[in-house]
Write a protein that binds this ligand. Sequence first.
Ligand code: ATP
Length: 240
Amino acid sequence: MENVIEANNLTKSFGAFTAVNAISFHVKKGEIFGFLGANGAGKTTAMKMLIGISTPSSGAATVAGFDVFTEAESIKRNIGYMSQKFALYDDLTVKENITFFGGIYGLTRAAIKEKTQVLIDELNLENVANQHVGSLPLGWKQKISFSVALLHNPKIVFLDEPTGGVDPITRRQFWEMIYKAAHQGTTIFVTTHYMDEAEYCDRVSIMVNGKIEALDTPKNLKRTYEVDSMNDVFLKLARG
Ligand SMILES: Nc1ncnc2c1ncn2[C@@H]1O[C@H](COP(=O)(O)OP(=O)(O)OP(=O)(O)O)[C@@H](O)[C@H]1O
C-alpha cells in the first residue's frame, strides 16, 4: 500500500532545545493514524513540519509525495488541516464560511455551490445555513470545520485535537465522519488527548519528550504493554 507520509529522523530544535528528536514513521493511504503524546511532547511541532509551515532542523520527510524542505507549497495544496484553536470564522454564516474556504482552496464557483449544498444536506444544516457560525454549538462547528478541511478532496487531512471540549456523543459522530473519509481513501493524521479515540485509530504513535516511544495498532500496543486499554498504555509510556 502506498505511503502518503514518510518521515526519517525528522528533527526540530529551538536553540539548544530539541522539541522533535529524530522521529521516523510512515503513514499509508486511507489509514487513520493517531499521533499521541502528553502536553509538550512535540506533536504540534512535528505536525507543523509535516504540513509545510515549519522547516525541519534535520532529517527528511515527504507528505503526499512532496518534500517538506523544498515543496512545502505543493504539500499545502494537497492536504486539509483542522485545528481545535482555529476552525471557522464565527462572524460569517455557515454558507459564507464554506464559500470563503472553498475559495482559499481554489475551487471554482460552481464547485463551491455544489459542495455547499452537499455539505448542508449531509450535515442536516438546512435550518442554520444562514446563521452565524458563532451561534452554533462547538460540536457542530467542529463537524462543519472537518467537512471544510475536506472541501478540496485532499489526500491527507491533519486534525489537531479536533474534538477538544466536545461531548462524547458528538465526538462519536465526528469519528463516524472520520471513518467515512478514510474509507473513501483520505488519510487521517489525528492528535487527541482522548484515549477512547486512540482505540479507533488503525495505528497509534506515542511521543515522549520529542521521541516516538511506541508505534503500533492499539491491539498490539495493549498486548506489548500487557494492559487492557490505550489509556493504560499511554499512562505507562507518557507518564514514565
Ligand atoms: N517556537 C518555539 N520556540 C521554543 N520552544 C518551542 C517552540 N514551539 C514549541 N516549543 C517547545 O517545544 C516543546 C513541544 O511543544 P509542542 O507544542 O510541539 O508540544 P505538543 O506535544 O503539541 O503539546 P500540546 O499537547 O500541549 O499541544 C514544548 O516544550 C514547547 O515549549
